[in-house]
Design a binder for this molecule. Sequence first.
Ligand SMILES: Cc1cc2nc3c(=O)[nH]c(=O)nc-3n(C[C@H](O)[C@H](O)[C@H](O)COP(=O)(O)OP(=O)(O)OC[C@H]3O[C@@H](n4cnc5c(N)ncnc54)[C@H](O)[C@@H]3O)c2cc1C
Length: 457
Amino acid sequence: MKYDIIIIGAGPGGIFSAYELVKENRGLKVAVFETGHSLDKRHCPIDGDKIKSCINCKSCSIMSGFGGAGAFSDGKYNITNDFGGTLYEYIGKKEAINLMKYVDDINMAYGGEGTKLYSTAGTKFKKVCLQNKLNLLDASVRHLGTDINFIVLENIYAELKDKVEFHFDTPVRSIEVIDGGYKIITDKDSYECEKCIVSVGRSGSKWMETVCNELDIPTKSNRVDIGVRVELPAVIFSHLTDELYESKIVYRTEQFEDKVRTFCMNPHGIVVNENTNGIVTVNGHSYEGEDKQTENTNFALLVAKHFSEPFKDSNGYGESIARLSNMLGGGVIVQRFGDLVRGRRSNQKRIEEGLVTPTLNATPGDLSLVLPKRILDGIIEMIYALDKIAPGTANDDTLLYGVEVKFYNMEVELDEHLESRYKGLYIIGDGSGVTHSLSHASASGVYVARNILESIN
Ligand SMILES: Cc1cc2nc3c(=O)[nH]c(=O)nc-3n(C[C@H](O)[C@H](O)[C@H](O)COP(=O)(O)OP(=O)(O)OC[C@H]3O[C@@H](n4cnc5c(N)ncnc54)[C@H](O)[C@@H]3O)c2cc1C
């Protein structure tokens, strides 16, 4: 079984590579191998009723399958070089933005039309933030919402399914370098190709590491972001979210001069569990459809940690903290801000009496027993800073869920074509450590596909 191009992983990176490769019907034989299920079979068993928390499915439907980690996400495509990855360092700032805009055009053509594009350009909040020692980053944000994001994926799959061979529920176990290309080995068979695009995302991070070790591809350790998800009444942030939808705000703490930042803001959204390699952490999303919206807004407050010498395993550090919270809470812990600053654990009664109704069924507990002091102090400082631009943020009843951890893959050594030291072996998306967002991962897919098309012209 021989293909011109094999793509490993059907997340945004893999999907947009496939889309661009077959767009012009040049007769290329393209196959996609994916650990998870097809989109219609992706289903997380947590129903809040019979199954309340993660049961560690063999393949996690939240993280794996057609659409990748982005399938049930909030579908926020941030068009910016300020965050979401460092693609611009490889391909240039202008090209990166152009590709993100191209991805946005495709999303609009496949069902996203009518969704809002928010922008920080010219907003009055920039000044208000600066006056309060907060830095509002520049970005345009297309908010598809979980529901429309899913429809766009369905439509793109319908477009691709007859032009690309999809192999779902088929994890790739290893890649071998052979004469004139690569051999891709799965549990049942092996397949050959001239060029291979690896786009395995965060869930494929451990596998990616093994591949790099086996093929002697150099890597660098990346950072890990650790923090909490904040949930509060939507009205407290509505002046910001109505105009900007998502505001990426950075605060430099007075105590340690650490940077704490807001991340993944979900107006009227819900807080959700996330399972990475068996560890349950917290995340959030929101829907575009009003019927599914809640009274709350949630966002993460994160602190970046990067270890290099002698301890290099930034992700391992994040995992240990997440494991500790799983050990104490059986999963995610929730605590009222008022309880945290008073140094006491939250309990069910105090949460129920509070003004904020939690959207995730988490265990009331004490985050100060889980998060390192330096990180926790930074988060508390930032909550008070945010309280100045959005009064009410530091209310006693504001809920903090922990822990939220953003794992970043180690950075793979790649050239300006996102090609590894092997000709024709490309590594893209979050799996490469170069991107950490929907728009950057998708753009990296288009970029590599265009490079391949040029090289075989
Ligand atoms: C709940 C949630 C909400 C999010 N919300 C947003 C958001 O609003 N905006 C944003 O920009 N980003 C968001 N993100 C992050 C975003 O989803 C990722 O940055 C993006 O999906 C990365 O795309 P990717 O293609 O690189 O990797 P992924 O989407 O992770 O896809 C990789 C795919 O490869 C498959 N795979 C892994 N290993 C193998 C193997 N050995 N063989 C075959 N297949 C393999 C996996 O099953 C997976 O389907 C969110 C993430 C989560 C989990």
